[in-house]
Write a protein that binds this ligand. Structure first.
Ligand code: CO8
Length: 373
Protein backbone atom coordinates (compact mmCIF):
# COMPACT_ATOMS: atom_id res chain seq x y z
CA UNK A 1 0.00 0.00 0.00
CA UNK A 2 1.26 3.43 -0.89
CA UNK A 3 1.91 6.14 1.74
CA UNK A 4 -0.77 8.85 1.84
CA UNK A 5 -0.56 12.49 2.93
CA UNK A 6 -2.74 15.47 3.61
CA UNK A 7 -1.03 17.97 1.32
CA UNK A 8 -3.22 21.05 1.67
CA UNK A 9 -6.20 22.55 3.45
CA UNK A 10 -8.44 25.52 2.66
CA UNK A 11 -10.87 27.61 4.68
CA UNK A 12 -13.88 29.64 3.61
CA UNK A 13 -14.85 32.09 6.34
CA UNK A 14 -18.48 33.22 6.40
CA UNK A 15 -18.82 36.99 5.88
CA UNK A 16 -20.53 38.19 9.09
CA UNK A 17 -19.52 38.00 12.76
CA UNK A 18 -22.10 37.80 15.55
CA UNK A 19 -20.67 38.47 19.01
CA UNK A 20 -22.27 36.96 22.10
CA UNK A 21 -23.45 40.45 23.12
CA UNK A 22 -25.25 40.95 19.78
CA UNK A 23 -26.73 37.46 19.92
CA UNK A 24 -28.02 37.86 23.47
CA UNK A 25 -29.49 41.28 22.73
CA UNK A 26 -31.51 39.87 19.81
CA UNK A 27 -32.53 36.75 21.76
CA UNK A 28 -33.69 38.79 24.73
CA UNK A 29 -35.66 41.14 22.46
CA UNK A 30 -37.34 38.04 21.03
CA UNK A 31 -38.21 36.69 24.49
CA UNK A 32 -39.69 40.06 25.53
CA UNK A 33 -41.88 40.10 22.41
CA UNK A 34 -42.91 36.50 23.01
CA UNK A 35 -43.76 37.07 26.68
CA UNK A 36 -45.76 40.23 25.84
CA UNK A 37 -47.60 38.47 23.02
CA UNK A 38 -48.53 35.54 25.26
CA UNK A 39 -49.02 37.51 28.49
CA UNK A 40 -52.57 36.28 29.06
CA UNK A 41 -51.72 32.60 28.51
CA UNK A 42 -48.60 32.95 30.67
CA UNK A 43 -50.63 34.61 33.49
CA UNK A 44 -53.19 31.78 33.24
CA UNK A 45 -50.42 29.21 33.54
CA UNK A 46 -51.10 27.85 30.05
CA UNK A 47 -47.68 28.79 28.70
CA UNK A 48 -44.23 29.07 30.22
CA UNK A 49 -42.56 32.48 29.89
CA UNK A 50 -39.22 32.52 28.08
CA UNK A 51 -36.11 33.31 30.15
CA UNK A 52 -33.37 35.64 28.94
CA UNK A 53 -29.99 34.42 27.75
CA UNK A 54 -26.69 35.80 29.04
CA UNK A 55 -23.21 36.44 27.66
CA UNK A 56 -21.64 35.25 30.91
CA UNK A 57 -23.41 31.88 30.74
CA UNK A 58 -22.47 31.32 27.12
CA UNK A 59 -18.77 32.02 27.66
CA UNK A 60 -18.58 30.03 30.87
CA UNK A 61 -20.59 27.00 29.62
CA UNK A 62 -19.02 26.76 26.17
CA UNK A 63 -15.95 28.99 25.69
CA UNK A 64 -17.63 30.53 22.60
CA UNK A 65 -17.23 34.30 22.17
CA UNK A 66 -18.50 34.85 18.63
CA UNK A 67 -19.48 33.00 15.45
CA UNK A 68 -19.30 33.66 11.71
CA UNK A 69 -22.55 33.37 9.75
CA UNK A 70 -23.68 33.62 6.14
CA UNK A 71 -26.48 36.07 7.02
CA UNK A 72 -26.47 38.19 10.14
CA UNK A 73 -29.58 40.36 9.67
CA UNK A 74 -32.06 37.47 9.60
CA UNK A 75 -30.55 35.78 12.65
CA UNK A 76 -30.60 38.99 14.70
CA UNK A 77 -34.11 40.08 13.65
CA UNK A 78 -36.29 39.26 16.71
CA UNK A 79 -39.26 38.80 14.37
CA UNK A 80 -37.39 36.17 12.31
CA UNK A 81 -34.46 34.56 14.17
CA UNK A 82 -32.99 32.58 11.28
CA UNK A 83 -30.93 33.53 8.21
CA UNK A 84 -32.44 34.75 4.98
CA UNK A 85 -31.06 33.43 1.69
CA UNK A 86 -32.25 34.38 -1.77
CA UNK A 87 -33.53 31.35 -3.66
CA UNK A 88 -31.29 30.47 -6.61
CA UNK A 89 -32.40 29.11 -9.96
CA UNK A 90 -31.20 25.63 -10.95
CA UNK A 91 -28.69 27.08 -13.42
CA UNK A 92 -26.90 29.05 -10.66
CA UNK A 93 -24.39 27.35 -8.37
CA UNK A 94 -25.97 26.49 -5.02
CA UNK A 95 -24.74 28.22 -1.87
CA UNK A 96 -23.17 25.13 -0.28
CA UNK A 97 -21.34 24.30 -3.50
CA UNK A 98 -20.18 27.93 -3.81
CA UNK A 99 -18.49 27.97 -0.41
CA UNK A 100 -17.24 24.42 -1.10
CA UNK A 101 -15.54 25.56 -4.30
CA UNK A 102 -13.99 28.54 -2.49
CA UNK A 103 -12.45 26.35 0.24
CA UNK A 104 -11.49 23.71 -2.34
CA UNK A 105 -9.59 26.20 -4.49
CA UNK A 106 -7.62 27.38 -1.45
CA UNK A 107 -6.80 23.78 -0.47
CA UNK A 108 -5.71 22.99 -4.04
CA UNK A 109 -3.46 26.08 -4.11
CA UNK A 110 -1.91 25.00 -0.78
CA UNK A 111 -1.26 21.54 -2.22
CA UNK A 112 0.16 22.99 -5.46
CA UNK A 113 -2.61 21.31 -7.47
CA UNK A 114 -5.30 22.23 -9.97
CA UNK A 115 -8.87 21.00 -10.05
CA UNK A 116 -8.38 18.65 -13.00
CA UNK A 117 -5.76 16.73 -10.97
CA UNK A 118 -8.42 15.67 -8.43
CA UNK A 119 -10.13 12.41 -9.23
CA UNK A 120 -12.68 12.17 -6.41
CA UNK A 121 -14.63 14.75 -4.38
CA UNK A 122 -16.30 13.84 -1.09
CA UNK A 123 -18.67 16.46 0.29
CA UNK A 124 -19.56 15.92 3.93
CA UNK A 125 -21.83 18.01 6.14
CA UNK A 126 -24.40 17.73 8.92
CA UNK A 127 -27.14 18.84 6.57
CA UNK A 128 -27.22 18.99 2.78
CA UNK A 129 -28.89 21.82 0.93
CA UNK A 130 -30.89 19.39 -1.22
CA UNK A 131 -31.47 15.68 -1.65
CA UNK A 132 -29.87 15.36 -5.10
CA UNK A 133 -27.92 15.71 -7.28
CA UNK A 134 -25.07 15.31 -4.81
CA UNK A 135 -23.41 18.56 -3.68
CA UNK A 136 -20.07 16.83 -4.32
CA UNK A 137 -20.86 16.45 -8.02
CA UNK A 138 -21.63 20.18 -8.29
CA UNK A 139 -18.35 20.98 -6.51
CA UNK A 140 -16.56 18.51 -8.79
CA UNK A 141 -17.86 20.45 -11.79
CA UNK A 142 -17.09 23.79 -10.10
CA UNK A 143 -13.39 23.00 -9.75
CA UNK A 144 -13.11 21.00 -12.98
CA UNK A 145 -12.22 17.73 -11.24
CA UNK A 146 -12.08 14.28 -12.83
CA UNK A 147 -13.64 11.06 -11.62
CA UNK A 148 -16.57 11.03 -9.25
CA UNK A 149 -18.12 12.75 -6.24
CA UNK A 150 -20.47 11.73 -3.45
CA UNK A 151 -22.02 13.23 -0.33
CA UNK A 152 -21.91 11.80 3.16
CA UNK A 153 -23.16 12.78 6.60
CA UNK A 154 -21.95 11.61 9.99
CA UNK A 155 -22.76 14.98 11.65
CA UNK A 156 -19.77 16.44 13.52
CA UNK A 157 -17.60 13.47 12.56
CA UNK A 158 -18.13 13.78 8.83
CA UNK A 159 -14.67 15.19 8.06
CA UNK A 160 -12.70 12.42 9.77
CA UNK A 161 -15.00 9.76 8.32
CA UNK A 162 -14.50 11.32 4.87
CA UNK A 163 -10.72 11.48 5.34
CA UNK A 164 -10.75 7.73 6.02
CA UNK A 165 -12.64 7.15 2.73
CA UNK A 166 -10.11 9.35 0.91
CA UNK A 167 -7.16 7.63 2.61
CA UNK A 168 -8.45 4.17 1.68
CA UNK A 169 -9.14 5.20 -1.92
CA UNK A 170 -5.62 6.61 -2.36
CA UNK A 171 -3.69 3.86 -0.62
CA UNK A 172 -5.59 1.12 -2.44
CA UNK A 173 -4.90 2.87 -5.75
CA UNK A 174 -8.52 3.47 -6.76
CA UNK A 175 -7.84 7.23 -6.69
CA UNK A 176 -4.62 9.23 -6.73
CA UNK A 177 -5.92 12.45 -5.27
CA UNK A 178 -9.13 13.01 -3.29
CA UNK A 179 -10.65 16.29 -2.15
CA UNK A 180 -12.72 16.31 1.05
CA UNK A 181 -15.03 19.34 1.39
CA UNK A 182 -17.00 20.20 4.55
CA UNK A 183 -19.45 23.06 3.98
CA UNK A 184 -21.36 23.65 7.22
CA UNK A 185 -24.18 26.21 7.04
CA UNK A 186 -25.25 25.37 10.58
CA UNK A 187 -27.13 28.67 10.95
CA UNK A 188 -29.89 27.29 8.72
CA UNK A 189 -30.61 24.31 10.97
CA UNK A 190 -30.02 25.82 14.38
CA UNK A 191 -33.03 26.89 16.48
CA UNK A 192 -31.94 30.45 17.30
CA UNK A 193 -35.05 30.86 19.52
CA UNK A 194 -33.98 28.10 21.93
CA UNK A 195 -31.98 29.51 24.85
CA UNK A 196 -30.30 26.16 25.52
CA UNK A 197 -28.59 26.02 22.14
CA UNK A 198 -28.92 29.37 20.33
CA UNK A 199 -25.26 30.22 20.91
CA UNK A 200 -23.64 26.96 19.86
CA UNK A 201 -23.04 27.00 16.09
CA UNK A 202 -21.38 28.98 13.30
CA UNK A 203 -20.97 28.72 9.51
CA UNK A 204 -17.78 27.81 7.65
CA UNK A 205 -16.35 25.53 4.96
CA UNK A 206 -13.11 23.58 5.01
CA UNK A 207 -11.42 21.53 2.30
CA UNK A 208 -8.63 18.94 2.53
CA UNK A 209 -6.48 17.41 -0.21
CA UNK A 210 -5.48 13.75 0.36
CA UNK A 211 -2.96 12.24 -2.07
CA UNK A 212 -0.11 9.80 -2.66
CA UNK A 213 2.98 10.81 -0.65
CA UNK A 214 5.31 10.08 -3.56
CA UNK A 215 3.45 12.53 -5.81
CA UNK A 216 2.81 15.36 -3.34
CA UNK A 217 4.30 18.74 -4.27
CA UNK A 218 3.61 20.68 -1.10
CA UNK A 219 6.35 21.18 1.51
CA UNK A 220 3.62 21.16 4.19
CA UNK A 221 2.59 17.49 4.12
CA UNK A 222 1.31 15.28 6.93
CA UNK A 223 1.44 11.54 6.42
CA UNK A 224 -1.70 9.68 7.50
CA UNK A 225 -0.46 6.86 9.74
CA UNK A 226 -3.94 5.51 10.39
CA UNK A 227 -7.62 6.27 10.89
CA UNK A 228 -10.19 4.86 13.31
CA UNK A 229 -13.96 5.33 13.22
CA UNK A 230 -16.65 4.28 15.65
CA UNK A 231 -20.37 4.88 16.13
CA UNK A 232 -22.94 4.10 18.81
CA UNK A 233 -26.61 5.01 18.46
CA UNK A 234 -27.92 7.82 20.67
CA UNK A 235 -30.95 10.14 20.52
CA UNK A 236 -29.18 12.80 22.56
CA UNK A 237 -28.30 14.87 19.48
CA UNK A 238 -31.05 14.68 16.90
CA UNK A 239 -32.76 16.50 14.02
CA UNK A 240 -35.91 14.93 12.50
CA UNK A 241 -36.00 17.10 9.40
CA UNK A 242 -36.40 14.84 6.39
CA UNK A 243 -38.15 13.92 3.21
CA UNK A 244 -41.00 12.08 4.93
CA UNK A 245 -42.07 15.08 7.06
CA UNK A 246 -44.90 16.11 4.71
CA UNK A 247 -46.24 12.54 4.67
CA UNK A 248 -46.36 12.62 8.46
CA UNK A 249 -48.39 15.84 8.31
CA UNK A 250 -46.10 17.48 10.88
CA UNK A 251 -45.41 21.22 10.56
CA UNK A 252 -42.09 21.89 8.81
CA UNK A 253 -41.08 24.33 11.57
CA UNK A 254 -41.86 22.00 14.51
CA UNK A 255 -39.10 22.07 17.16
CA UNK A 256 -37.83 18.60 16.28
CA UNK A 257 -37.07 19.68 12.67
CA UNK A 258 -33.97 21.62 13.73
CA UNK A 259 -30.99 20.77 15.94
CA UNK A 260 -31.77 19.69 19.49
CA UNK A 261 -29.73 17.94 22.12
CA UNK A 262 -29.42 16.83 25.71
CA UNK A 263 -26.24 18.86 26.08
CA UNK A 264 -25.28 17.70 29.55
CA UNK A 265 -25.74 14.00 28.69
CA UNK A 266 -23.73 14.49 25.51
CA UNK A 267 -20.96 16.10 27.50
CA UNK A 268 -20.84 13.29 30.10
CA UNK A 269 -21.13 10.40 27.66
CA UNK A 270 -18.96 11.57 24.78
CA UNK A 271 -15.91 12.77 26.74
CA UNK A 272 -14.92 9.29 28.04
CA UNK A 273 -15.78 7.71 24.68
CA UNK A 274 -13.55 10.14 22.78
CA UNK A 275 -10.62 9.76 25.21
CA UNK A 276 -10.86 5.94 25.09
CA UNK A 277 -11.16 6.02 21.30
CA UNK A 278 -7.98 8.08 20.88
CA UNK A 279 -6.05 5.92 23.37
CA UNK A 280 -7.11 2.71 21.62
CA UNK A 281 -6.22 4.13 18.23
CA UNK A 282 -2.77 5.24 19.34
CA UNK A 283 -2.11 1.91 21.07
CA UNK A 284 -3.13 -0.05 17.95
CA UNK A 285 -0.57 1.94 15.96
CA UNK A 286 2.17 1.48 18.59
CA UNK A 287 2.09 4.96 20.12
CA UNK A 288 1.07 6.57 23.40
CA UNK A 289 -0.69 9.88 24.02
CA UNK A 290 2.40 11.69 25.46
CA UNK A 291 4.21 11.04 22.15
CA UNK A 292 1.62 13.18 20.34
CA UNK A 293 2.57 16.84 20.09
CA UNK A 294 -0.87 18.17 19.15
CA UNK A 295 -4.51 17.15 19.35
CA UNK A 296 -6.80 18.97 16.90
CA UNK A 297 -10.04 18.10 18.65
CA UNK A 298 -13.64 18.70 17.60
CA UNK A 299 -14.61 22.21 18.60
CA UNK A 300 -17.91 21.91 20.49
CA UNK A 301 -17.10 22.94 24.01
CA UNK A 302 -13.97 24.15 25.79
CA UNK A 303 -14.69 22.02 28.86
CA UNK A 304 -15.09 18.84 26.79
CA UNK A 305 -11.68 19.29 25.19
CA UNK A 306 -10.07 20.02 28.55
CA UNK A 307 -11.52 16.82 30.02
CA UNK A 308 -10.32 14.75 27.06
CA UNK A 309 -6.76 16.09 27.33
CA UNK A 310 -6.70 15.53 31.11
CA UNK A 311 -7.84 11.94 30.60
CA UNK A 312 -5.29 11.33 27.86
CA UNK A 313 -2.27 13.08 29.32
CA UNK A 314 -3.05 13.61 33.01
CA UNK A 315 -2.10 17.26 32.62
CA UNK A 316 -3.81 20.60 32.23
CA UNK A 317 -4.42 21.33 28.56
CA UNK A 318 -3.05 24.39 26.82
CA UNK A 319 -3.16 25.84 23.32
CA UNK A 320 0.12 24.12 22.43
CA UNK A 321 -1.30 20.62 22.98
CA UNK A 322 -4.99 21.21 22.11
CA UNK A 323 -5.56 24.43 20.17
CA UNK A 324 -8.92 26.11 20.49
CA UNK A 325 -10.69 27.88 17.67
CA UNK A 326 -14.27 27.65 18.96
CA UNK A 327 -13.94 30.98 20.77
CA UNK A 328 -13.95 32.66 17.32
CA UNK A 329 -15.84 30.16 15.13
CA UNK A 330 -18.17 28.46 17.66
CA UNK A 331 -19.09 24.84 16.89
CA UNK A 332 -18.84 24.43 13.11
CA UNK A 333 -19.82 20.74 13.23
CA UNK A 334 -17.58 18.60 11.00
CA UNK A 335 -15.30 21.49 10.04
CA UNK A 336 -14.14 22.36 13.58
CA UNK A 337 -11.18 20.01 14.01
CA UNK A 338 -10.09 20.77 10.42
CA UNK A 339 -10.10 24.53 11.10
CA UNK A 340 -7.92 23.85 14.16
CA UNK A 341 -5.54 21.75 12.01
CA UNK A 342 -5.57 24.39 9.26
CA UNK A 343 -4.74 27.27 11.58
CA UNK A 344 -2.28 25.73 14.02
CA UNK A 345 -0.09 23.18 12.25
CA UNK A 346 2.53 25.66 11.02
CA UNK A 347 5.02 25.11 13.85
CA UNK A 348 4.99 21.28 13.69
CA UNK A 349 8.51 19.92 13.04
CA UNK A 350 9.44 16.97 10.81
CA UNK A 351 8.45 13.76 12.62
CA UNK A 352 6.01 15.42 15.03
CA UNK A 353 2.80 13.48 15.61
CA UNK A 354 -0.69 14.98 15.67
CA UNK A 355 -4.22 13.63 16.00
CA UNK A 356 -7.35 15.06 14.39
CA UNK A 357 -10.36 13.83 16.38
CA UNK A 358 -14.05 14.56 15.90
CA UNK A 359 -17.06 13.52 17.97
CA UNK A 360 -20.76 14.25 17.84
CA UNK A 361 -24.19 13.07 16.79
CA UNK A 362 -24.62 9.39 16.16
CA UNK A 363 -22.78 9.17 18.48
CA UNK A 364 -19.84 9.18 16.11
CA UNK A 365 -16.11 9.46 16.76
CA UNK A 366 -13.32 9.58 14.20
CA UNK A 367 -9.56 9.98 14.61
CA UNK A 368 -6.72 10.47 12.14
CA UNK A 369 -3.10 10.04 13.26
CA UNK A 370 -0.69 12.27 11.34
CA UNK A 371 3.09 12.67 11.16
CA UNK A 372 4.66 15.85 9.81
CA UNK A 373 6.82 15.00 6.80
N1 CO8 B 1 -28.27 31.75 29.14
C1 CO8 B 1 -28.38 31.68 30.48
N2 CO8 B 1 -28.65 30.55 31.15
C2 CO8 B 1 -28.84 29.43 30.41
C3 CO8 B 1 -28.76 29.43 29.01
C4 CO8 B 1 -28.46 30.65 28.38
N3 CO8 B 1 -28.33 30.74 27.04
N4 CO8 B 1 -28.96 28.17 28.56
C5 CO8 B 1 -29.18 27.40 29.63
N5 CO8 B 1 -29.13 28.16 30.76
C6 CO8 B 1 -29.32 27.72 32.15
C7 CO8 B 1 -30.18 26.47 32.25
O1 CO8 B 1 -31.54 26.80 32.26
C8 CO8 B 1 -29.70 25.87 33.54
O2 CO8 B 1 -30.33 26.52 34.60
P1 CO8 B 1 -30.75 25.71 35.95
O3 CO8 B 1 -29.44 25.22 36.53
O4 CO8 B 1 -31.43 26.74 36.77
O5 CO8 B 1 -31.62 24.58 35.48
C9 CO8 B 1 -28.22 26.22 33.58
O6 CO8 B 1 -28.07 27.35 32.71
C10 CO8 B 1 -27.31 25.09 33.15
O7 CO8 B 1 -27.80 24.55 31.88
P2 CO8 B 1 -27.14 23.29 31.19
O8 CO8 B 1 -27.04 22.18 32.18
O9 CO8 B 1 -27.86 23.04 29.90
O10 CO8 B 1 -25.70 23.91 30.86
P3 CO8 B 1 -24.33 23.17 30.59
O11 CO8 B 1 -23.36 23.65 31.59
O12 CO8 B 1 -24.50 21.71 30.40
O13 CO8 B 1 -23.90 23.79 29.17
C11 CO8 B 1 -23.83 23.16 26.84
C12 CO8 B 1 -24.70 23.60 28.03
C13 CO8 B 1 -22.90 24.30 26.50
C14 CO8 B 1 -24.76 22.88 25.68
C15 CO8 B 1 -23.01 21.92 27.22
O14 CO8 B 1 -23.81 20.95 27.83
C16 CO8 B 1 -22.33 21.29 26.01
O15 CO8 B 1 -21.58 21.91 25.30
N6 CO8 B 1 -22.55 19.99 25.83
C17 CO8 B 1 -21.96 19.23 24.73
C18 CO8 B 1 -22.67 19.60 23.51
C19 CO8 B 1 -22.07 18.98 22.29
O16 CO8 B 1 -20.90 18.80 22.15
N7 CO8 B 1 -22.92 18.68 21.38
C20 CO8 B 1 -22.47 18.20 20.12
C21 CO8 B 1 -23.46 18.66 19.17
S1 CO8 B 1 -22.80 19.02 17.68
C22 CO8 B 1 -22.99 17.69 16.58
O17 CO8 B 1 -22.89 16.56 16.86
C23 CO8 B 1 -23.36 18.06 15.21
C24 CO8 B 1 -24.81 18.12 15.10
C25 CO8 B 1 -25.20 18.70 13.81
C26 CO8 B 1 -24.97 20.18 13.73
C27 CO8 B 1 -26.24 20.90 13.79
C28 CO8 B 1 -26.06 22.38 13.48
C29 CO8 B 1 -27.27 23.24 13.75
Amino acid sequence: MTAVVISGTGLFQAPHVITNAELVEAFNAYTERYNAEHAVAIAAGEREPLSPSSVEFIEKASGIKQRFVMDKAGVLDPARMYPKFEPRPDDQMSLMAEIGVDAAQKALAAAGREGHEIDAVICGASNMQRAYPAMAVEIQQGIGAQGYGFDMNVACSTATFAIEQAYNAVRSGSARRVLVVNPEITSAHLEWRDRDCHFIFGDVCTATVVERADEARSSDCFEILGTKLSTQFSNNIRNNFGFMNRCEDTPHDARDKTFRQEGRKVFKEVVPMAAAHISAHLEALGFTAPQVRRFWLHQANLGMNQFIIRKLLGQEPDAEVAPLILDRYANTSSAGSIIAFHETRGDMAKGDLGVICSFGAGYSIGSVLLRRQ
